[in-house]
Design a protein around this ligand. Structure first.
Ligand code: AMP
Length: 113
């Protein structure tokens, strides 16, 4: 059986998080190592490893995660933000449970490193 990720443990309530939003499909919480004044992660309750694994049946769920991204960004007072989904080790993915980063509250450079 697949080993539990830290985000599985958060979803199971085994470790705490700084929650900002929750519903039956997803959970949003503050990143433990924020890279910007606002840095929120949104994760599906469904155990999807990454965008590499998404299926047609996940279409509505993925749209929902983006809508919640806009909600938590607006609720955090952001008018400008960056949405990041790292996919695979080389991209910087370190937790292998799909998650969306919402980053804002400072000027963000482009291209990313
Ligand atoms: P990624 O590198 O895209 O896989 O992003 C994983 C993110 O999870 C990183 O920004 C970490 O700081 C964050 N993270 C890891 N453990 C925790 C935790 N226990 N609570 C909140 N964020 C976490």
């Amino acid at each position: 059986m697949k080993q539990k990720t830290i985000f599985d443990q958060i979803l199971l309530g085994e470790i705490p998080c700084n929650e900002v939003y929750s519903d039956e499909k997803c959970l949003a919480f503050k990143d433990i190592t924020p890279q910007a004044p606002v840095h929120i992660l949104i994760i599906p309750r469904k155990p999807i490893v990454s965008l590499q694994e998404i299926q047609q049946e996940d279409q509505a769920l993925l749209g929902h995660l983006l809508l919640i991204g806009t909600k938590v960004a607006n609720d955090s007072g952001l008018e400008s933000w960056r949405t990041v989904i790292n996919t695979g080790e080389e991209s910087g993915q370190t937790v292998f449970h799909l998650h969306i980063h919402i980053l804002g509250g400072r000027t963000l450079n482009w291209p990313p490193g």
